[in-house]
Design a protein around this ligand. Sequence first.
Ligand code: DP6
Length: 344
Amino acid sequence: MSYKASWRSPSNIALIKYWGKHELQLPRNPSLSFTLSACHTNMTMTVSTGEHPSLTILYEGNPKPAFATKINAFFSRIDSYFPWLRTSSILIDSFNTFPHGAGIASSASAMSALALCIKDIDDQINGRTNKDAGWWSQVSEMARLGSGSASRSVFPKAALWGTATGIVASSDHFAIPWQAEVNPFYTSFEDTILVVKDDEKAVSSTVGHQLMELHPYAGARYTTAKENLTRLVDALRNPPLVDRFISICESEALHLHALMMSGTNPFVLIEPATISIIKEVWRFRKESALPVCFTLDAGPNVHLLYPAAHKTEIMSWVKSHLLPYCATEKLIEDRVGSGPEKIS
Ligand code: DP6
């Protein structure tokens, strides 16, 4: 028998960062993200049962054996629930709408797309059709085992992953939808991504998480992240607290990179252009009084977050003042998005 599933799944940008994990992809602190729209992975998975077991991986239509290690590791974590993964001939064909490995969380969109395809095919094999809230939690949990941040990509607008004080439904095992808790002021936010450098980053997030285990400031980091999450949850409900939103976002971004630079094996992922852009953002915000702020992923690129209502003025400033810092003169005009979609 042959089965096929196609899903488009977005990347996400963390406002409160996940940096540090233990056991099987369990986070050291809760994180909260906006789900993106333009940056996504389109994936088709074809499974033939009763054939010689094999795994073929295509990326942009070409063989990509380099992805096999991560995908096989993921399969070995979940194949007790999906035994057909080890006994079938499997073809995975995907492409991203953004540069691979540039710190734009390609693992989040790719691993969430893969989790969705696997769950969809498993439903076809077992004759199930219902996609209730439990279905999405299971996909999030599965995606987490592929890549922690992927657990958050399966929900529209915003997601929260990790046990958080006072949030009863929160869990270290899966993300929970957070859209209903966010004022529409924020779910209309743009995310203009300034691509400072689009080549492969020198240190992967997985290695970065490992380095947190011996980090001298790890304990302080996890405490701060938890406090920031509580304060951000409050700000996201109240647009008048936008100044608090801005200060937490920027502090989290700089905290993440300060951790990279202050461990026992330090590394630097930002570039001089990253710092220049940050200073321009601070100057422009002071002069214009517009609510625009930055955050950073595990890479040099800068995400500019702001309400869509100010897009014209902000894009005009971006083009005149920030585009020259993008080595490739590239930017990605993204925004808070509506979550994964099944493609027919
Ligand atoms: C800085 O989810 O890519 O983007 O679980 O090892 O796959 P693994 O790591 P990953 O780490 C993301 C780190 C981050 C912050 C975040 O997205 O919360």
